[in-house]
Write a protein that binds this ligand. Structure first.
Ligand code: ADP
Ligand code: MG
Length: 673
């Protein structure tokens, strides 16, 4: 028996049950043992019948007074009834359509009954269809498993028990022995026994503590490795700080937060170690200027920089902004995207390889094989959650130990940032440049649509631009507004005399880019769009955003969307349109109307929806966690992160025998993601 033995070979399983188990994600013995109970039933704390509270799930123990007798109800169903006594009182039991109980419950025998107690029509205590088993004097806490139609929790319990017996305590432990000792953790075999079949609450707690630590240790060590080590790599050492010179070039004063972020990054780059830093800043907080300051420093220290953005529109926008900021300094800047002509590309690549270019800005085109640098020393990725770790690493590997700077406009609660960005140091832009007009946000119901469309017309008449965001592209669910159709409708009614554009995810990238460009340039006045409207697109003239079916969007997403407006000198207005009544949606709208702080909103979002949406593998390429809860297990997370970097500092390749188990768990965790 090995942890990776196919589940079908476990005694009592076989082909067809193996198929049911696979539906639950259980393909091997190891996966079965790691299929932790989702809850427990306490068959250990027995309540006396005289004291039972009503409507709580509990366990009683009593003697069956007579074999269950059968009754036919008016609609033909069968009822089986009996009575139980425990010396303190009587309990009626009723079973529906379950003729087997007649033979399963014998007169004068003791049983445990597990279920809820209610009063029947005569005011007597009654348990309806309780689960039961013979009292054997060793009552216990029972695991409850997620199950399927064809496989109930009890069957899974049996398999787990068989598997544990088969291993007889001989289960390899991925946590190195020294750590087990140091933290006084139960070994894996013991922890698995306790998590499935705990003797008491304290065993559940001890097992959980160990399994959470293990899971986070595997995750953090894996992330740290993916990102290239324990943060102790050498990096190019910048000799001098040119930030003061750079700030003097700007038409505005940097905010204290921008200054601080640049100082932190420059300190990293002057330390001799490689910088790995994440810049988190709410939309509009001025991340581009921070990037420019670092690029300027890099150029002055004679290294090249590369800035990668997820779309052409964003890359072009960065190119324009940075050319404006840095153009006067003699830095040579180029733009490399898919739509640059072949001959221009060749030229750009040549100059990059020759070291003539100080900064290249681009899309994924930057990580193609034939792009070479002569002295790449600083790699920046913008809106980085859109890039996989592999893409970021591909760019990094084009330089020799380049410094890495990652910018994100998606505020993430600190705990989650720690997981998602592993070993990255974090700088935060927690203030907006002065003079920004706050975005006024209102929630209205659909009865107001005429009024808000007229309000939008007025904004366009004043020379501004507007967004209307719809949740869907085409007609689907009846009450949702499909973008395509709504655009057609608006363009022929309210906005007949205006230039209206449409943007959605089913368009080709080139079409999307063309639409976005037309909106950026002011040609399109009103853009009807699904959520694909680019994060990071800066159109300061857009001042109105209407979000239809706003209940369809998460809090952070609404905040991101809203960040497309309020970027210029004009006052901006965001209108959430929704007829939703449910408390959670109402709470979301309230938060949005009251605060504009992305970090507060992210915390609230986490509270309302749980970490799933942040942590989903789709968004970040991260594996799902089975037992750790990133919201409540923060302390363990810090600990795991520290331990992970200690392990990698000693054994960067995890090649020592004591780390072999850990290495194995890491590869299986990440292959699931
Ligand atoms: P984001 O953090 O969303 O990427 P940007 O870098 O696009 O934000 O900056 C948003 C706008 O704010 C830009 O027009 C930029 O020129 C302006 N800006 C940035 N920093 C400052 C500052 N310190 N003072 C005034 N305006 C600033
Ligand atoms: Mg930006």
């Amino acid at each position: 028996m090995e942890m990776n033995t196919d589940i079908k070979y476990l005694k009592g399983v076989g082909e067809s049950r193996a198929a049911s188990l696979k539906k639950l994600g259980i393909g091997t013995l190891g996966a079965l043992l790691r299929f932790y109970p989702r809850a427990y039933e306490d068959w250990n704390s027995i309540v006396s019948i005289s004291d039972v509270p009503l409507n709580e799930t509990l366990c009683i123990k009593g003697t069956v007074l007579h074999k269950p007798s059968a009754f036919k109800t008016r609609n033909g169903a069968m009822l089986y009834k009996t009575t139980v006594s425990d010396g303190t009182g009587l309990m009626n039991l009723t079973f529906f359509n379950n003729k087997y109980v007649v033979n399963q419950l014998s007169e004068n025998e003791d049983y445990l009954f597990f279920g809820k107690v209610a009063l029947n029509m005569y005011g007597a205590k009654e348990m309806a269809s309780p689960r039961f088993e013979k009292a054997q004097g060793k009552e216990r806490i029972r695991p409850v498993y997620r199950c399927t139609q064809s496989l109930n929790s009890k069957a899974i319990e049996k398999f787990v028990s068989t598997a544990l017996d088969a291993f007889a305590g001989d289960i390899p432990d991925p946590i190195p022995g020294a750590l087990i000792k140091k933290y006084r953790l139960p070994v894996l075999a013991e922890a698995l026994r306790m998590i499935h079949f705990p003797a008491d609450e304290s065993e559940i707690a001890a097992a959980r503590r160990r399994l959470v630590f293990e899971e986070l240790l595997v995750l953090e060590t894996g992330l740290l490795r993916l990102r290239g080590g324990a943060g102790i790599q050498r990096g190019r050492k910048f000799k001098a700080d040119y930030s003061g010179e750079f700030w003097a070039l700007l038409p505005f004063e940097p905010t204290p937060a921008q200054r601080r972020a640049v100082e932190q990054a420059v300190a990293d780059m002057s330390s001799g170690k490689r910088m790995s830093r994440l810049l988190q800043g709410d939309v509009g907080s001025g991340k581009t200027a921070v990037a420019a300051a670092l690029i300027y420093n890099a150029a002055k220290n004679s290294v090249q920089s590369a800035l990668m953005a997820p779309t052409e529109v964003l890359a072009e926008q960065h190119y324009r902004t940075l050319t404006k900021m840095l153009g006067g300094t003699g830095l040579s800047i180029s733009l490399l995207t898919g739509s640059v002509s072949a001959s221009a590309k060749r030229d750009i690549k040549q100059r990059l390889a020759d070291g003539e270019t100080d900064l290249v800005i681009g899309t994924h085109a930057l990580i193609q094989k034939d792009v070479e640098f002569s002295r790449l020393g600083l790699v920046i990725t913008d809106e980085q959650h859109r890039f996989g770790v592999a893409q970021r690493n591909a760019l990094r590997d084009k330089g020799e130990e380049p410094h890495v700077f990652v910018m994100s406009a998606t505020p993430i609660p600190r705990t989650l940032a720690m997981i998602i960005y592993g070993d990255l140091d974090i700088s935060v832009l927690d203030e907006l440049p002065p003079g920004r007009q706050p975005i006024e946000t209102y929630k209205v119901d659909s009865a107001y649509r005429d009024r808000i469309l007229k309000f939008t017309q007025k904004a366009l008449d004043e020379g501004r631009q507007a967004y209307i965001i719809c949740p869907l592209v085409e007609e689907g669910e009846s009450d949702l507004i499909p973008a395509t159709e709504y655009e057609r409708h608006l363009a022929s009614t309210y906005f007949k005399n205006y230039r209206v554009g449409l943007l959605h995810g089913q368009m080709k990238p080139a079409e999307k880019d063309a639409v976005m460009r037309s909106f950026s340039s002011g040609e399109t006045q009103l853009l009807v769009s699904t959520v694909v409207v680019e994060v990071g697109v800066d159109v300061p003239n857009a001042t109105v955003m209407i979000i239809e079916n706003a209940e369809r969007f998460g809090l952070s997403q609404l905040h991101q969307l809203r960040g497309r407006i309020g970027r210029g000198e004009h006052k901006s207005t965001c209108i959430l349109v929704s007829d939703a009544q449910n408390a959670e949606a109402v709470e979301r709208f309230k938060v949005l109307c009251e605060t504009s702080d992305g970090f507060k909103i992210a915390d609230k979002d986490l509270e309302l929806r749980g970490p799933g949406d942040f942590f989903g593998s789709r968004q970040h390429g991260l594996p799902d966690l089975k037992i750790a809860d990133v919201v409540t297990d923060t302390r363990v997370l810090y600990e795991a992160q520290r331990v992970a970097s200690e392990i990698l500092a000693v054994d960067p390749e995890l090649s020592l025998p004591e780390n072999a188990g850990l290495a194995g768990e890491i590869s299986s965790l990440f292959s699931r993601a």
